[in-house]
Ligand binder design. Sequence first.
Ligand code: 13P
Length: 251
Amino acid sequence: MRVPLIAGNWKMHKTVRETLNYIRRFRELVSEVTDREIMIAPPFTALYPAGRELAGTNIKLGAQNAHWAEKGAFTGEISPLMLKECGVEYVILGHSERRHLFGETDEMIRKRLSGVISAGLKPVLCVGETLTERESGKTFEVLERQVREALSGFSAEELKALVIAYEPVWAIGTGRTATPEQAQEAHRYVRGLLAELFGKDFAETTRILYGGSVKPENIAELMAQSEVDGALVGGASLDPETFVRIVKYGG
Ligand code: 13P
């Protein structure tokens, strides 16, 4: 079965000191949790100390992006090998803020995915439609393009650690969560696409997370959907006391 994954994307929040304070509190709060995976993705500057502080805990470390090369003349970029050395296990790729604010294309995201896979890290591929796309009936079309293009050229074996995060852009940071039915419908569509591309077994074992204004108040109803395998949480992951309520949904 698919083990739920509750992940916190901190975006551009928290210094090293703030990260360590958070982790020292949060690891106590979640120490008893064994039936689901927990991940936090601090900014790059905090990854190394965070990795040391998380060693031996049940909290996985994630990064918010990665370049495709091991090294080279790519000013401002970070390589998958550098992340691995920090203790990173998951890498978020293709987040809508990368796509829309920083011009990342499906092709760039595919290349980043290849670098992450080559380094033995686990990609969390974000997909999702804008409000205009949803309102003009293009949701499935957009999801299909983002999934197909990012995953083109890979085998099911190479993608065995893949996680997908469905994050409707209109729900990110807006307080406007997708309804459980909207999430279920989009996830079902993506899973159908994975089945078509890589086979039914692959689709059935790949986790699809929901992201976009997830809070302690709405996590349980989202997780009650059969196609929702976890959450990628932004704002509500920044406070350990709040995030633990999301991690412990249903408990
Ligand atoms: P919010 O939870 O702040 O809406 O952000 C969601 C997100 O973008 C997670 O990657």
